[in-house]
Design a protein around this ligand. Structure first.
Ligand SMILES: [Ca+2]
Length: 440
């Protein structure tokens, strides 16, 4: 049923011959801020492999996560649409993660690429539903190893509600090792195994999300007792650095594997984050943090590398989002994007990455518990919802900013015409998914 649906939806006419299809590797860090890595200005955390990836390809300086928190961004990434259309407007938290998630009816990039002959694998953090019915293997991925909650102990893989959370496909299956290392190990093995056929590898890392544990630390959570969920380290900046360093090494291992197997020029590698940093990280001077509609909540580092296709050492200030990755992969594979009711909200970034063209002007939206933002060109309308005592307050009055002169969102500007246009666009966008029950 589903296969027929997808074939009908996406067609096969434009697809490249199998031998010509590129491979895809999408690596996403968790809570990595705009200023957390060297090639985006960090001077205290060494990230030579990410810096090399950027030097070999393109830095995307105006890339944004679709959400300012985990689950919404992941829903948008895998469906290519605003997360609200899939009913994942908020976080699937430890408290409710047993009975909600990304419905199997949603078409993911893995569904479509698998339909066109790709091997598909995800190793790391899913966070789109705990129950087996929401598992990645029901959502287009041939292989899954990792965890389905928002975070686990990096060693014991116990989630913050005290449950064991490490899976092999849709079955709990404990495995020894530091989460970041396991994600890389399984990613490398997947590439090696599928070296002779097109593959799509999605590596959602845990770091630098809490618990703050470096590779030489000890487990802190035991089954039934998560203890101090954020960890025991009192030198959090050091732990945070250690965690990012291991992600960086992992990126190096993935790139080295591609090179060793002669696949580098056949593989588009995308690196990004799922939302901005907490106050423990750096958002590079942007206002706000994870969970907020300010730039610091959703403008995150992103790199695309594809030797021979993307010119080395380039950068683009095109405004783009997590949901653009799905259509970008389809475009690179020569697969048509769907029309009609299944139309993707994202657009292909391939013309931007290859410097063959530009993307059209768009109006873009962010909405999670911490607030709402609307972006058109340099204009950004922010409706903040500050948190007090863990509760979001009523929305504040909308404020308009001109990011071309005020990236720090410090000085609201008065432009009633632009403001009215953005407010009208927001209402129309909300109406476009108003009928979808939000399950998180
Ligand atoms: Ca996150």
């Amino acid at each position: 049923m589903r296969i027929l649906f997808l074939t009908c939806l996406f067609g096969v006419a434009g697809a490249l011959h199998a031998a010509d299809r590129p491979n895809f590797v999408v690596i996403m860090a968790d809570d990595l801020g705009y200023g957390d890595i060297g090639c985006f200005g960090n001077e205290s955390i060494p990230t030579p492999n990410l810096d090399a990836l950027a030097a070999a390809g393109m830095r995307l300086t105006d890339y944004h996560s679709n959400g300012s928190v985990c689950s919404p961004t992941r829903a948008a990434l895998v469906t290519g649409r605003y997360q609200q259309r899939a009913g994942v407007g908020g976080v699937i938290s430890a408290a409710n993660h047993r009975d909600t998630g990304l419905a199997v009816e949603e078409a993911t990039f893995a569904d479509v690429l698998r339909e066109h002959g790709y091997a598909t694998g995800v190793f790391g953090k899913w966070h789109l539903g705990y129950a087996p019915e929401f598992n990645p293997v029901r959502n287009g991925f041939d292989r899954f190893r990792g965890y389905v909650s928002g975070n686990v102990d990096f060693f014991s893989h116990i989630d913050q509600a005290g449950y064991e959370d490490w899976w092999w496909q849709d079955t709990p299956h404990p495995e020894e090792g530091y989460t970041t290392h396991l994600i890389t190990k399984h990613g490398v093995a997947f590439i090696e195994e599928h070296r002779d056929r097109p593959f799509c590898l999605y590596l959602p890392h845990e770091a630098p999300h809490y618990p703050y544990q470096g590779p030489n630390d000890q487990p802190i959570r035991i089954k039934g007792d998560p203890g101090n969920v954020t960890g025991e380290r009192t030198d959090i900046p050091n732990a945070y650095r250690e965690m990012i360093v291991e992600v960086d090494k992992g990126v190096g291992e993935i790139v080295e594997t591609l090179q060793k197997l002669g696949l580098a020029e056949k593989t588009l590698v995308i690196f990004c984050s799922d939302n901005g940093a907490t106050p423990n990280g750096s958002n590079g001077g942007l206002r706000g943090f994870k969970g907020q509609a300010w730039e610091g909540g959703h403008r995150v580092p992103a790199i695309a590398s594809w030797p021979g296709k993307i010119a080395p050492g380039t950068e683009s200030d095109t405004t783009c989002l997590s949901m653009d990755i799905f259509p970008t992969l389809l475009d690179a594979a020569g697969i048509a994007t769907p029309e009609g009711s299944a139309k993707l909200d994202g657009i292909s970034l391939l013309p931007v990455l290859t410097q063959q063209g530009r993307v059209g002007d768009r109006t873009l939206f962010w909405e999670t518990g911490g607030g709402t933002a609307v972006r058109r060109g340099p204009w950004k309308l922010v409706i903040d919802r500050p948190k007090k005592k863990k509760e979001f307050q009523a929305p504040e009055a909308p404020q308009l900013f001109d990011l071309s002169t005020d990236l720090g969102e410090k000085a609201p500007v008065d432009n009633p015409g632009v403001r009215a246009e953005l407010e009208a666009a927001l209402e129309a966008w909300r109406a476009s998914w108003a009928g979808v029950p939000q399950r998180s």
